[in-house]
Design a protein around this ligand. Sequence first.
Ligand code: ADP
Ligand code: MG
Length: 430
Amino acid sequence: MKSLTFKELHLSRNIEKAIENMGFEEPTPIQSQSIPYIMEGRDVIGQAQTGTGKTAAFGIPALEMVNSKSKKTQVLVLCPTRELANQVAEELNKLGKYMGTKILPVYGGQNIQRQIKVLKKGVQIVIGTPGRILDHIERRTLNLNNVEMVVLDEADEMLDMGFREDIESILSSVPEERQTILFSATMPKPIMKLTKKYQQNPQHVKTIHKVVTVPNMEQSYFEMKHHMKPDVLCRMIDIYDVKSSLVFCNTKKMVDELVTTLKNRGYLADGLHGDMKQNQREKVMSSFRNGEIETLVATDVAARGIDVENIEVVFNFDTPQDEESYVHRIGRTGRAGRQGVAFTFVTAKEAYKIKNIQKYTRTNIKCKKIPTRSDAEEIKANMIATKVKETIDAGHLGKYVHWVEQMVDEDCTSIDIAAGLVKIMLAEGR
Ligand code: ADP
Ligand code: MG
């Protein structure tokens, strides 16, 4: 199935603006495939792994369908945990920034009187954990008579946590004339039972994993806090003396921010993303090709048009959303006869993504310690060793062997000579 652009989803200008602000360049597969059905009013079962953008997949259509003139609760989202309810509310607030939609997360553990106060003022989209929602229904502090859309987010998790009965009683207190959307990473039997009972002729949208193969190359990942990423990137460029690298970010916004940071620190960097005009992009590309730019920062979309050889390192500054994009990204490195290198930066929040990538690409991505400046010498010595081995393998050393033999005659060992050469090379690299 062809994936759609945000333009092709025909969203309202306000949502488009918010999406631009968030820096999303194109819909993820689950968004591209489920949003059209949800906007048509169909019941939908959406199945995709964690981190693939399911929140916006239901959030965008939910915001689009809310009647801004009515203060009544029109959308109810059920989530398994307080943390998720907050995350969903946050994402929906960003998406609804220009619409003024009233959104409230409600969950146990938060003062119920406060929730009641806000609910009384009128909340158009309520996002809650099943227990607390039921509590409000029983107290009659949440009126669901005007709900037109119910979303079960992370449905499998909710069932695992024992919320089945709560969910069923909530679903029976919302009008039957409604749209029911269910998102889940897995579809075990109890979920299928739930959809049979509460959904009408649902459209099942599933983004399947293709097992993709990765080129044979050195791949490692580094765990760090998000704010450390620019520093670590600069350090690695310095230590490995990288002259040509491609740095991937997940959003246009991140590309712009990172390019500014790198330029401010004196790196020869520039960015590429889908908003740029063709001639601008070509200018950046040709500067990258001829070495005026050493570090090219790009989104996945922008990088599709890149045809540059001799990229030494691909940095995944943001861990990619899925394994396919990982493979596309790292496939860009490698130069004639030599392996490329791929380094992926991973925050605690992104850790599950690297697991998925390893699983579906069937490769082992090594977790490595972030190199410190004092590791630099050892890393460089290793790089020299690799180069020396490659040179030996390539042969044609006769003339040089002759010179070394002469030195050995003059009273030094071949080990002394090699050590001296490494020392000279390290000093020159500084
Ligand atoms: P899921 O619910 O599938 O686990 P989320 O909805 O929490 O995934 O999204 C994961 C991350 O991806 C969030 O930070 C979100 O802002 C981001 N995201 C969502 N859609 C896009 C997109 N189209 N482009 C880039 N990032 C996106
Ligand atoms: Mg989610």
